[in-house]
Design a protein around this ligand. Structure first.
Ligand code: MSP
Length: 649
């Protein structure tokens, strides 16, 4: 069977955060699971690059929307290998292959008589790229907290109202179409209230797909964005579409449910196309109980988490900690505790124990002989059978955390089996056949666990199977249908622990409360210290302490745009990418040495924590380091393959 899983396409006005990583990891896990079960699975992710939000971000940065989109899309593309995503495609809505299909879908809806010209008058939130009625506003803002603006403009409308009854009936007949159940009920209630026509084109800006045959109109970004799911399959007439569309599953965050579960089915119906099989809306993450936001500076950076803990641990934590569909709370302390407990102590240690015992008692070779099973093996096999069935059922429901629980029932049973059977005691007897049976059972159980965990721990599970010398044919789900697939006779390889224990870091483990306590302690200590110690003699020999140097935040910054300062001949106004959500503007006194054009693309050293200062009317957010004077000034540059934002120390 062919199956298709998609993530939302991400806006290119931000850097990747946990929300993006979460859906992508869930989609990847599902795709890997399907493949493990022998299905032809396809996974899609990508970027949403049009709309007023992106146009405004680019304007603010002083670059073209396309240059802005290219820059940010690169970050989302870079995240794919970091998270070990097995996506088959990465779609960008500025690609011609996408725009062609979007226009085709528009024309199909138009031909169905579902598009008409009128004028839109109402509230619009650029942050959400969504229209709101007066009743939907909360304290004069969109429910998300974004500002709204009153918009009056000519616009094409889509006859959503025409599909009200049809969609209601469809939902009632297909309760699995929207999951989880709470979200299904939410959508059902919304549709029961009746649907109103929606505005689907804009005329007050131009960064979008042009409406065919209607000069000045660009498509509403959601018509454009939703279509990515089929443009990436080559459009309605392509063989890929025919193959994968019937079994399509869209994974999304709960905030974008209405677009997917109300608008999208109606657009498709109007265009004469089948609906995806399912839309699954997951919950949102907070961090240590707090909403994540750029202004709090507490946004979880997936690049940083993977660098610190590895992709498998990050993925495991996100899928294990909460049920897919519910909100969750992210904390590094909780992540470390799962890594040290479930992964290191329970799962990884099983391999260590097997390697140790097979090494000691069987010269490192997995035994082939299998004697009769005792009560202990039979009990283990019972857990194996229930765990396998439950894993399958839970994955069918996308209940990733319950699927992991099912696997861990077997992990725990294996550890208990070793404890109960005591191979070290059997080794002291002369019952070699019994020891063979026991060691074989342990190795086969570990193989089964390795196979089952492949979608959740793609790197480590493969490493585990490599250590057991498991051939490719014994690495799919079918190979675990009956216990006993492992042949034996092969060497069990020794190596590092799969999951070494992670030490708690004082700083990372700190909750706001702990930080407050620590500050208190530091204060108390320094008070005490003052009493006892004499102040050090100040010696001004021109040196600085290392701690003082460390206060300077030097970072790699790529110059993405440059122009002359509007009000100072000596200065250039540069736009730089320092790996942050927004680009920075820097005023640099190097106009005598460089033309703006020759600076674009250079990778320089940015003093990032210099207090921002207005220089002749332009706010300069940092300083680029340079040497020399006047026309001989040379910018201090670093190799271009260093990622923007990398710390220089
Ligand atoms: N471009 C649209 C989607 C178009 S799909 C046809 C969009 N982009 S987004 O970049 O804003 O997407 C963000 C995704 O991240 C959404 O699915 C959203 O639910 C998710 N999250 C954003 N913050 C989140 C958390 N704190 N936690 C979990 N997911 C969150 O919307």
């Amino acid at each position: 069977m062919a199956s298709y899983v998609t993530t939302p396409i991400y806006y290119v006005n931000d850097r990747p955060h946990i929300g993006h990583a979460y859906t992508s990891l869930a989609a990847d896990t599902l795709a890997r699971w399907w493949r493990l079960c022998g299905e032809d699975a396809r996974m899609l992710t990508g970027t949403d690059e049009h709309g007023q939000k992106i146009e405004q971000a680019a304007e603010k940065a002083g670059i073209t929307p396309q240059a802005h989109a290219d820059l940010f899309a690169e970050r989302f593309q870079a995240l794919c290998p970091v998270l070990d995503l097995s996506n088959d495609d990465f779609i960008r809505t500025t690609q011609p292959r996408h725009q062609r299909v979007v226009q085709q879908i528009w024309q199909r809806m138009e031909a169905a008589g579902d598009i008409y010209l009128d004028a839109y008058e109402g509230w619009y939130s650029v942050g959400d790229e969504a229209y709101f009625t007066e009743q939907e506003l909360v304290d004069g803002k969109a429910p998300s907290g974004h500002e709204v603006k009153w918009v009056v403009e000519p616009s094409y409308f889509f006859r959503l109202s025409k599909y009200s009854d049809w969609l209601l009936e469809y939902l009632q007949a297909n309760p699995e179409f929207v999951r989880p159940r709470s979200r299904y009920n939410e959508i059902l209630r919304f549709v029961e209230g009746g649907l109103r026509d929606i505005s689907i084109s804009r005329t007050t800006f131009s960064w979008g797909v042009p409406v065919p045959g209607a000069e000045g109109h660009v498509m509403y970004v959601w018509v454009d964005a939703l279509t990515n799911y089929i443009s990436a399959l080559g459009g309605p007439d392509d063989a890929l579409f025919e193959r994968y569309w019937p079994n399509a599953v869209h994974l999304i965050g709960k905030d974008i449910l209405r677009f997917h579960a109300v608008y999208w089915p109606c657009f498709l119906k109007s265009a004469g196309l089948a609906l995806p099989r399912q839309i699954f809306a997951h919950g949102w993450w907070t961090r240590e109980g707090q909403k994540m936001s750029k202004s709090f500076g507490n946004v979880v950076d997936p690049f940083e988490m993977v660098e610190k803990y590895g992709a498998d641990i990050f993925r495991f934590f996100l899928l294990r900690e909460v049920s897919f569909g519910s909100d969750g709370d992210f904390s590094e302390a909780a992540l470390r505790s799962r890594a040290n407990g479930e992964l290191a102590k329970d799962y990884g240690n099983l391999l260590n124990r097997a390697v140790g015992m097979v090494g000691r008692y069987r010269a490192g070779l997995v035994p082939t002989a299998k004697g009769p099973n005792t009560e202990l093996e039979l009990r283990l096999l019972e857990v194996y059978a229930t765990a396998r069935a439950s894993l399958e059922q839970q994955m069918e429901k996308l209940a990733f955390n319950k699927a992991i629980s099912a696997i861990w029932q077997f992990v725990n049973a294996c550890n208990k089996y070793i404890q109960d059977v005591q191979p070290w005691a059997i080794a002291k007897t002369d019952d070699a056949a019994r020891l063979d049976t026991v060691l074989y059972t342990i190795c086969e159980a570990i193989r089964v666990l390795g196979v089952w965990t492949l979608p959740f721990l793609p790197q480590k599970a493969n490493e585990l199977l490599d250590r057991l010398n498991v051939p490719p044919a014994l690495r799919d789900f079918a190979s675990t249908a009956a216990f006993g697939g492992l042949v034996g006779g092969q060497a069990l390889l020794t190596g590092e622990a799969l999951f070494p224990q992670i030490e708690a870091e004082a700083e990372a483990a700190a909750t706001p409360k702990a930080v407050a306590q620590k500050k208190g302690q530091d204060k108390a200590q320094s008070k005490g210290a003052k009493k006892k110690q004499r102040p050090p003699k100040a010696v001004d020999d021109g040196t600085v302490q290392f701690d003082d140097f460390k206060k300077l935040e030097l970072r790699v910054a790529r110059i993405v745009a440059a122009e002359r300062h509007p009000d100072a001949d000596r200065l250039l106004k540069l736009t730089v990418d320092a790996g942050e959500p927004e680009l920075r503007t820097i005023c640099a006194g190097i106009a005598n040495a460089y033309s703006p054009e020759e600076l674009v693309g250079q990778t320089a050293v940015l003093l990032a924590n210099l207090k921002p200062r207005k220089i002749r009317g332009v706010l300069s957010q940092g300083m680029l380091l340079a040497a020399g004077e006047g026309a001989a000034t040379r910018l201090a540059t670093v190799p271009g393959d260093l990622a923007p934002g990398s710390r220089i120390s």
